[in-house]
Design a protein around this ligand. Sequence first.
Ligand SMILES: Nc1nc2c(ncn2[C@@H]2O[C@H](COP(=O)(O)OP(=O)(O)OP(=O)(O)O)[C@@H](O)[C@H]2O)c(=O)[nH]1
Length: 480
Amino acid sequence: MQTTNFSISSNEPPLWHGQLALAACIFAACLAGIFSRPVGFLASFWPANAIMLGLLLRHPAWARSASTWALALLTYISADLLTGASVFVAVILNIANVAGVWVGWLFLHRQSSEVLHFQRQRSVLVVFTGCLLASLSCMAVGAWPGSIAFNLPLWRSFFLWFSSEFYNYILLIPVFLASPKGWLWQWKCSITQRSLANVLPLLALLVSEAMSLLIGGPGAIAFIMPAMVWCAIAYGVFPTTVLSLLVCSWKAASLFLASDAFGFAPSNLMESTSYRTGLALLSLAPLAVACAYSLRTQALRKLNHAVNHDFLTGVLARRALMERGQKLLTRLEEEGQQVAMLMVDIDHFKAVNDRYSHSQGDVVLQEFAVLARDALRPEDLIGRMGGEEFAIMLPRTTHDQALLVGQRLCERLREHVFPLPNQDQMRITLSVGMHSVSCIGPQDSMEHLLSKADEALYVAKNSGRDQVRQYGPALAPSAI
Ligand SMILES: Nc1nc2c(ncn2[C@@H]2O[C@H](COP(=O)(O)OP(=O)(O)OP(=O)(O)O)[C@@H](O)[C@H]2O)c(=O)[nH]1
């Protein structure tokens, strides 16, 4: 199995910087957990362990040093001691906290980066298993001393430890794992257009949450599910993890605030912990949908690219060039614009293959494609028609400009040196046929323009190669 590589940049700051940042985060999270717990009772909100595990997964180098673990344990203990806990409680319960993080780390850091980044179908199951193992370990170590410290029946202590840990891990770890590399403000949302359609899933989520508050009852916990699935499809993995965290925190907090009926007080312990565990488990469904949907979108994008592009040179494949070119042509005709078509053929290419090998011929084709794309504008279309023949469509281009482009291509290839084994060099030339249309009419289809450019190319070849010829009554030489 591969190990994770989530390091933020290649020139990471020194280890102690990271350790201090980790300790500060743990300390703040411990205080948040301690101050939100009922007096004399176990905290129901304890994000410190999940935050520690999440940070270690993003910075594996920190976790590889024993001093990081020791510092983390000391930080946990000092947070408890500073807020009045006994030494027994502070030491034993925090050993349980760190033990849970350690087991979660042991399991998760061995997974490949793709799995942890939600780039595999099994990602959600793997993350679920890691969170489960971490929660069970924390429970196994902490439940018994916890039952003594807080005077709880043992089985209740088990359930409370497990549910609290599991809830925090399952909601926070995906946020850490799915969050993009680098800083949050550098994150580029895949949704670029601000349209009502993009806001609708979020609106649906708000409406369904309002309905669940209004109608209530045991089924209300799942009212948000269709809207969450919609959000998962519309927004992708990272936003889904954040939304799940917000929605579940909101639901748990509203339960906590209405504590007279259903809070995390000892009297309602089982109901509230069961509710919280259910919430955590429900959050897995939208995450699984977001993960599967984004993988499907990526696969379709790759497939689309493979179908529309020539695998060797990366330029458009013939069919894609014909389709896109025809659409562009129709638009140019409506706008009353000009267009030019170049047919480009590498000279004596067969001799390159025969003399230097087929793979050297492939290199020539690839380098020509790079060279040609550099010489063109982004709006120009270039496609491989077959073998060593390429077609280039130049929208909104005059006759003279198109000739200049053809000549520029010839010059660049003529001057380009192709290195060969044994420190030899090879030079190659190009023949170009050009046809330009100043006023596009219904007869000017892609096939028509290409056949005219091809006729001009034929003349260029027969006139000695390494030149541009334009289509015209006399198929004139193209010197400008
Ligand atoms: N290396 C390589 N060769 C290819 C590829 N596709 C076609 N060819 C070869 O390209 C050569 C084209 O030869 P010809 O059509 O005779 O053209 P030419 O030798 O350039 O001659 P002129 O065009 O008249 O200058 C053939 O030998 C094909 O086998 C490819 O993807 N890679």
